[in-house]
Design a protein around this ligand. Sequence first.
Ligand code: PGA
Length: 273
Amino acid sequence: MEPMRPVIIAANWKMHTTPADAGRLALALADATAEPDVVRVICPPFVALAAVRDALTGRDVAVGAQNVHHATAGAYTGEIAAAMVAGLATWAIVGHSERRRDAGETDAQIGQKLRRCLEAGLRPILCVGEGLEDRDAGRAEAVVRDQLEGAWASFAAGSPGEVDHDAALATRLVIAYEPVWAIGTGRTARSADAAAIARVIRATLGGWGWPRGVAEAVPVLYGGSVTSATIDPFMAEPDLDGALVGGASLKVEEMAGIVARAALTARARRAAS
Ligand code: PGA
């Protein structure tokens, strides 16, 4: 039988909000999206993590970082290590396409970031996704597979003397499929295409030697111009388990609609299980 995967809606605020206004927005989002069947995560800028954490006390909403560095500590001016985020957040976005593009993040570094997340007790949302040229050339699946395999190779290599985190990764990992051409463009992927990639993702994880059924239980989210008006076809795909939301996650009304729609799927899954 298929494992029952949670439905997750994660908000990626990107470089928006200040410590002064983030707490208020987080609280308004939490109260407008109170659906017990949906796992909610808010990822504000680093400097607003404490304000958001404090604002969400007593609310069932997790806080996530938007990135962590691939090293544990060291001479990396301006960077933030996973261990520094522990206590402020319990999740972290890793390998977002904007960081691959703007900070030149490699799959090898992203694999190390996964390891750092697990060491710090953070639940990683690993982002993968192809550019438009690759989609048009029929290479989307291959690109996503390569991103996963590249990250896995470096994660699995680890460094000598470290604890083996395979089992932790298998149970904590969330993947966000975000086609680059759909992010912030108002143009979404076709839901059937996103579901096909979700199957490729789980098939790839299935080759990593994890116990049977574990890869099938990894949640796969869709991301890219998700709004309350575009989410429905994605939530109707049994292979997709929610969304990573950028622009619309700063708007309370939008998030209320998105989470309400996701809750319909979450309740239907629970009823069917
Ligand atoms: P978007 O961003 O919803 O604004 O397209 C999604 C993301 O980058 O995570």
